[in-house]
Ligand binder design. Structure first.
Ligand code: ATR
Length: 276
């Protein structure tokens, strides 16, 4: 039996084991996926342990996505440019790091929209999640990607670091609110709206255009205040289950060669979160 894992700290709440073990069973693969809580100081020992037991692959989550990189043998170019790894594949003892967070998001987006070519995108936030989504979207090509964040310097840093050609304006939160109607796709990546501060939202949506695609990467709560308001204004909304499920699906594909059924994965996760 092959063994897979996720490492992070904390990790008890991770839905990855349930999601991946369900897929292994569904596709008849003799494998098991386990969550390990690993303290930062023990990361290197953990990776050596994984090498010793020839673990087939693992996911990496907070706080190890950056620190894992020097401990691996190879890093995929997109993961290198993002500066973070969330998926590791063991190929004959060689540990290769990938980032499927941004590509998972983009994969989900492409499955929902007929085309993302020439679309005007706004990303709210400039943390790690925004970075992976921004670089990946820039690498596949859209129309424009504007960035807005409470701390403008961080948004400027993202734009400066991006290795892919894309037209970007950096906007204050109020400038973004003002010109919200120009966007086709709006992606909320800040932690605002996450339980327990569920009443807050990062920007006001009074200028939102009907039928804009609005995505929030938060999945707890399943519908943030931001998404609720967007829906009220006629937007097409998507919660963070999409990105979570798709990053997992792309990891699963790298490990097994099978691109799994993301609807099935979303149902597994939703059940776990107490949704429908
Ligand atoms: P992640 O890796 O999940 O993206 P992060 O790197 O901590 O998390 O980034 C959090 C994002 O949420 C940042 O864009 C942060 O804005 P700042 O760069 O100004 O800190 C944003 N954020 C968090 N709390 C916020 C708040 N109360 N108001 C506005 N933005 C907030």
């Amino acid at each position: 039996q092959k063994l897979y894992a996720v490492i992070g700290d904390p990790i008890a709440q991770s839905m990855s084991p349930i999601m991946h073990n369900d897929l292994f069973q569904f596709y008849g693969i003799d494998a098991h996926y386990h969550a390990f809580a690993i303290k930062e100081k023990n990361l290197e020992i953990a990776v050596n342990g994984f090498r010793a037991i020839d673990l087939a692959g693992f996911n990496v989550t907070v706080p190890h996505k950056v620190a894992i990189m020097p401990l691996l043998d190879e890093i995929d170019p997109l993961a290198k440019s993002i500066g973070a790894v969330n998926t590791v594949v063991n190929v004959n003892g060689c540990l290769i790091g990938y980032n499927t967070d941004g590509s998972g998001f983009v994969h989900g987006l492409k499955s929902k929209l007929p085309s993302i070519v020439n679309k005007k995108v706004l990303i709210i936030g400039a943390g790690g999640a925004a970075r992976s989504i921004y670089f990946t979207l820039a690498s596949v090509g859209v129309g424009t990607i504007d960035l807005t964040n409470r701390t403008l310097e961080k948004a400027k840093g993202l734009s400066y670091d991006c290795p892919y050609e894309v037209q970007t304006s950096i906007l204050t939160l109020s400038e973004a609110e003002e010109q919200l109607a120009v966007y086709d796709i709006i992606i909320q990546t800040t932690s605002i709206g996450m339980a327990p501060q569920t009443e807050c939202k990062p920007i006001s949506l009074h200028n939102l255009r009907e039928n804009t695609f609005v995505s929030d990467i938060i999945y707890n709560p399943l519908e943030t205040e931001f998404l609720k308001r967007a829906k009220e204004r006629g937007a097409i909304t998507e919660n963070g289950i999409a990105m979570f499920v798709n990053q997992g699906a792309l990891a699963f594909e790298k490990w097994t060669g099978i691109l799994p059924d993301t609807n099935r994965m979303a149902i597994t996760v939703q059940k776990q979160l107490g949704g429908k």
